[in-house]
Design a protein around this ligand. Structure first.
Ligand code: 5GP
Length: 181
């Protein structure tokens, strides 16, 4: 089995941008597409998630179709059982409860927890992607709750100050893990 790289961190830290850059730069990586019951944000790409209603999501839970799933701020999110092309390593972009579930199932999974440079910067990024004020407040509160757990759980903690540097250091971690395999 290949590597499982789990990228986790609070909302607005830039996780989606980071994982997209990782798979764009390393052709040996395969990004899992999550299912969610959340509605699509204005301007959000239709393939950011597999968007489904709650009944469809719950049916898939019953069928054992998720590697992990959780409820996050009132919506369900889950990683379908991954089917990467041969020879590819798996990248998951999920919150900390899911990261914990993956680590329990696959202790060799590499957990990278990403932190924002500051709370102010995180808040600005949340507003910039179009979250309503109430959502921003909710996500900042959730971040306070997730961060200590994420730091404790993580194999590596990275502050996403400059995207290029963050991606470079993650690719470095992944290369070392491949060599050690
Ligand atoms: P958002 O609504 O901002 O897209 O995602 C909310 C949170 O859910 C983020 O922390 C994101 O990483 C996480 N998330 C996205 N997909 C999954 C998934 O499949 N499983 C879990 N556990 N969390 C997910």
């Amino acid at each position: 089995m290949g590597l499982i790289i789990v990228v986790s961190g609070p909302g607005g830290v830039g996780k989606s941008t980071i994982v997209e850059a990782l798979v764009a730069r390393d052709s040996g990586l395969w990004l899992s597409r999550s299912w969610t019951t959340r509605s699509r944000r204005p301007g959000e790409s239709s393939d950011a998630y597999h968007f489904v209603d709650r009944a469809t999501f719950e049916r898939r839970i019953q069928d054992g179709g998720f590697l992990e799933w959780t409820e996050f701020l009132g919506n369900l999110y889950g990683t379908p059982n991954p089917e990467p092309p041969d020879g590819h390593d798996i990248v998951l972009e999920i919150e900390v409860d899911g990261a914990q579930q993956v680590k329990r199932k696959y202790p060799h999974a590499i957990l990278i927890f990403v932190l924002p440079p500051s709370r102010a910067e995180q808040e600005a990024r949340l507003h910039a992607r179009g979250d309503a004020d109430a959502k921003v407040v909710e996500r900042l509160r959730k971040a306070e709750e997730e961060e200590p757990i994420g730091k404790e759980l993580a194999d590596h903690v990275i502050v996403n100050d400059h995207l290029e540097e963050t991606v470079d250091s993650m690719l470095g971690l992944i290369r070392s893990a491949r060599l050690a395999r």
